[in-house]
Design a protein around this ligand. Sequence first.
Ligand code: DGT
Ligand code: CA
Ligand code: ZN
Length: 577
Amino acid sequence: MKNAEIALHFDELGDLYELDGAIVHRVVAYRNAAKAIRESTASVEEMSRAGTVTQVPGIGKTIAEKIATLLETGSIPSAEKLKAKYPPGLIEITRLPGFGPKRARKLFDELGIQSLDDLKAAVEQERLRDVAGFGPKAEENIKQALAAGPKGERILLSKTIQVADSLLSAIREHPSVERIELAGSARRWAETVKDIDFIATATDAEALADAFAALPLLGEIQSRGIAGVKAVTHNGLSIDLRIVPPENFGNLMQHFTGSGKHNEALRTEAVKRGFHVSEYGVLDDSTGITHACATEEEVYELLGMQYIPPELRENRGELRAAREGTLPELITLGDIRGDLHMHSVASDGRHTIEQMAAAARDRGYEYIAITDHSATHGFGNDVQADQLRRQVEHIRSLEIDGIRVLAGSEVNILPDGSLDYDDEVLAELDWIVGSLHTSFRLTEKEQTERIIRAMEHPLVDAIGHPTGRLIERRDPYPLDIDAIAETAARTGTFLEINGNPDRRDLNEINARRAVELGATLVIDSDAHWAGTLPNIQFGVATARRAWVTAENVANTRPWPELKRKSAERQSAQARSS
Ligand code: DGT
Ligand code: CA
Ligand code: ZN
């Protein structure tokens, strides 16, 4: 049984217990187990047979026993018992967006709704609006959810990188491999991917396919031959390896890197200029010769274009810019001199300031800002004003070689746009990120005014994760991005691209727009422990996909220069207010 399948059984068990009104710890334990099983890169079935499955974090003895029973009998007895109590259609209802077991149970108890069909009928008859906690708005949302149906699973890029790297390093040393490279959406650093594409050339294609198919990370082999391998990893990621001839490796890389839209536009354009582009080569109408390109550079050169970096291949104007020779010189990770948004144990982080600083220095940064959550963040570990003062003193007393540690804060922007520390405390800090963590349901106008007011505060240096979206999980709150960007340009407040791979906020569209309107960005990791400092790479990737150069990003500058700009802004704002 694949990890994903085992995980589904535990998700279902969690749902069933929640339907049954079980204590929350129990429900959470099963959901955490499901997550751990799903994300395990090793086969849980094999570990279960070897008796080592309790080594997976979140899996104790009880769950290990349930896994063993599941593998042996095909089901979990406690789940079977609960399924006899609640109709199977009810579980389907719990999975609708905006639902969950509590709401499903309510409709079951009050209206006897047992299936999606029952629910559809109830919506049409407008019977939901009379149930407490529902109403006409909820009815409309459910109608849409029912019409949309289940959405195709896309996987967060960050969840695929480690597997892709492991596969690459495991196969690269194989004697039959000449070259193997990542292609597709992962090479373009998209937010989510459907699968991982690899392109390889081999001295012996069959030997390579056999060796690849035998890698222990792969759980299921769907096809294997001299053309390549299609497989699924234990944690449910589809892998597509194509083995191609070396002469036109460039054409194939270009083709399989995509995006589909970029390729389509490239081909249409090329035809107008007398070229036919395909994965096999570039046919020149005037000579009748098909050019096989060993590199991607040759493909673009033949078409009279600059080389287009994969992150830009989305048909958003890159073809024209490449033809005119005006592609931007994209920012790189190496341009980043410091990270200005991270947490320590003082709020919800896992490492001390000293540990974060040492790790940041090892990454080659010149400076970092410690920005723990402010007084009203609301997770029970907020930093009150007195504590913040002591933290500032502590930071000033630190002597850490090779890196400057700035005293900062991630200050909550309250619904009216004010901040949750007094100016007197804020004035002691080197760096202030203003963020929204509550009241997401304001109107677009209210939300926009709220953030604009925070930007107009002379002590606020940057706005953190400006739209609040979580990729595939939570939509951005409504916001007038143009107004935000214009205010950022006017007040000199920086807009963040948050590098947390669930956020990447601003996203590539908004970040590009913000820069067009004159705003300067800052790219941060929002690390909650040292191991997530590298998340800044996702922020840089989003910036590259937004056509951003080092010039557009504040933390590509040395700290004294950056701070000088901030100080100029503050005095200008203080004068005008
Ligand atoms: P994904 O997998 O949905 O995250 O996105 P991609 O871009 O990796 O798409 P995928 O894996 O279906 O195909 C890889 C690339 O191959 C794609 O970016 C462009 C190229 N390709 C695939 N199918 C077509 C097609 O029907 N037409 C064109 N022009 N290109 C295609
Ligand atoms: Ca793909
Ligand atoms: Zn944060």
